[in-house]
Design a protein around this ligand. Structure first.
Ligand code: SF4
Length: 373
C-alpha cells in the first residue's frame, strides 16, 4: 500500500492554543470558525458544541465590537474547547477578549494599525500567556505595501507578515503563528512556500474565501493538500461558504487522504456502471449520514461487482463485493460465510460496521489499560 512514509514536516517552534499543541511535529490540528452572530450567545454556543462534536479542536469567533466581547465572556464559560478571538481594526477589543479568557488572538496586520497598537496587543498576550496569529490576507493587504501594484504577490504578502514579525521580535515575543492566505490557490501556495523558508514559527494553513461546499472543498484540498504534502503547515482551517461543520469534515478528509490523521470511516466506493449488482451510490450516501458518529478510523469498501471488489475488500476492515442477488462480505481481509441480500443489505451492513467499530474501540481501551498497569 502507498503511504506518505517519507512525510517530513518542516521544523518549527511549538505554541499552545489552550491545551492544543501547534508546531514541532504536534498532530496537525483542525480549526473552524463560528458563522453565527456572536451576540446570539445560545446559537454560538450550540454551533461551537457541534463543531467540537464533528472533530474541531480549536474554534475561532469573530469579535467586531465590545458588545461581542461581552458575549464572548459568557460563551467562553460555557464551552470547553480552545477559542480564538478574531479581531480587526480595534486593538482594544483584543485586550478585552484576552481578559475574558480567549485562548488565542488573531489579528490582521492590514487593519490593526500602527506599532503602538500592535505593542499593546502583544503585551496583553504576554500577560495572559496566549498566542497570537498574524493573519495576512491578500484581500486586505496594507496599502503602503501594495503601493503601485495592482494585485498582491507572494513577496508582498510575505513583506506584510515579516513587518509584523519584526515588531514581535522587537518586543521579544515568540508565542505566535502565521498565516498568509489568498483565495487564489496558486498565490496562496507560493506565498506559504515563501513564508516557510523565512520563519521558524508554526504555520496556519488555509485558502481564504474559497467558495461554496464543492468548489471551496476542491480549492482547499489542492492548496492545503499540496502544502501538507511538502511538509508545510501545522494547523489548518478550510474556509467554506457553507455550514462550518462541513469545513471540519473536509479538513479531516484532506488529512485522511494524505494519511496524516484519521477519524471515522473512510469509504472506498466505486462510481458504479452497468456491471453493478446493487445500488452502491445510495447505500454509501445513506451510510455516510448514518455513521457520522463513529470516530474510530476504519476503511469500509463498498464495491458494485467483482472487477475491483476483491482487491479493495482484502485491504479494508469491512468490504462488500457485489454479486448476483447477494454480495460477498469481508472482515479484516477474510471472506465470511454469510452473504448479504442485495436488496436488504443496508441495515445489516450498518450493524456490522458499528460492531466492528466497537471491537476496535474496546481493543484500544484494553491496550491503554494494559499500558497503565
Ligand atoms: Fe463497475 Fe464493477 Fe468497476 Fe464498480 S467495480 S465501476 S460496478 S466495473
Amino acid at each position: 500500500m502507498y503511504y506518505l512514509n517519507n512525510y517530513k514536516r518542516r521544523k518549527s517552534k511549538r505554541i499552545y492554543v489552550g491545551n492544543v499543541p501547534i508546531g514541532d511535529n504536534a498532530p496537525i490540528s483542525i480549526q473552524s470558525m463560528t458563522s453565527t452572530n456572536t451576540i446570539d450567545i445560545k446559537s454560538t454556543i450550540n454551533q461551537i458544541l457541534s463543531l467540537k462534536k464533528a472533530g474541531a479542536e480549536i474554534v475561532r469567533i469573530s469579535i467586531p465590537s465590545m458588545q461581542e466581547a461581552e458575549a464572548f465572556r459568557i460563551i467562553k464559560k460555557n464551552v470547553n474547547i480552545p477559542l480564538i478571538a478574531d479581531i480587526h481594526f480595534d486593538y482594544r477589543i483584543a485586550i478585552k477578549a484576552a481578559e475574558y479568557g480567549a485562548d488565542g488572538l488573531r489579528i490582521n496586520p492590514g487593519n490593526i494599525g500602527n506599532y503602538h497598537r500592535i505593542k499593546q496587543v502583544v503585551l496583553c498576550a504576554k500577560n495572559y500567556n496566549i498566542p497570537i496569529r498574524i493573519g495576512v490576507n491578500a484581500g486586505s493587504l496594507e496599502k503602503k505595501i501594495l503601493k503601485n501594484n495592482k494585485f498582491p504577490t507572494p513577496e508582498l504578502l510575505l513583506e506584510s507578515a515579516m513587518n509584523n514579525i519584526k515588531y514581535f521580535e522587537k518586543l521579544n515575543f515568540d508565542n505566535f503563528k502565521v498565516s498568509i492566505k489568498a483565495s487564489n490557490v496558486i498565490l496562496a501556495i507560493k506565498s506559504y512556500e515563501l513564508l516557510s523558508k523565512n520563519i521558524d514559527q508554526p504555520i496556519h494553513l488555509g485558502i481564504t474565501e474559497s467558495g461554496g461546499l464543492l468548489s471551496g472543498s476542491i480549492k482547499s484540498s489542492i492548496g492545503i493538500g499540496l502544502l501538507l504534502y511538502k511538509g508545510i503547515g501545522d494547523t489548518i482551517r478550510v474556509s467554506l461558504a457553507a455550514d462550518p461543520i462541513e469545513e471540519v469534515k473536509v479538513a479531516f478528509n484532506i488529512l485522511q487522504s494524505l494519511n496524516i490523521r484519521h477519524r471515522g470511516i473512510n469509504f472506498i466506493a466505486c462510481p458504479t456502471c452497468s456491471r453493478k449488482e446493487f445500488d452502491v451510490i445510495n447505500i454509501v450516501k445513506i451510510l455516510e449520514k448514518r455513521l457520522q458518529d463513529i470516530t474510530i478510523p476504519m476503511n469500509v469498501s463498498i464495491i458494485g461487482c467483482s472487477v475491483n471488489g476483491l482487491g479493495e475488500a482484502l485491504t479494508s476492515t469491512i468490504g462488500i463485493v457485489g454479486g448476483k442477488n447477494s454480495s460477498a462480505l469481508y472482515q479484516n481481509g477474510n471472506r465470511l460465510k454469510e452473504r448479504l441480500n442485495n436488496k436488504e443489505m443496508l441495515d445489516i451492513l450498518e450493524l456490522k460496521i458499528r460492531n466492528q467499530a466497537n471491537i476496535i474501540k474496546n481493543k484500544k481501551k484494553l491496550i491503554i489499560k494494559c499500558k497503565n498497569i
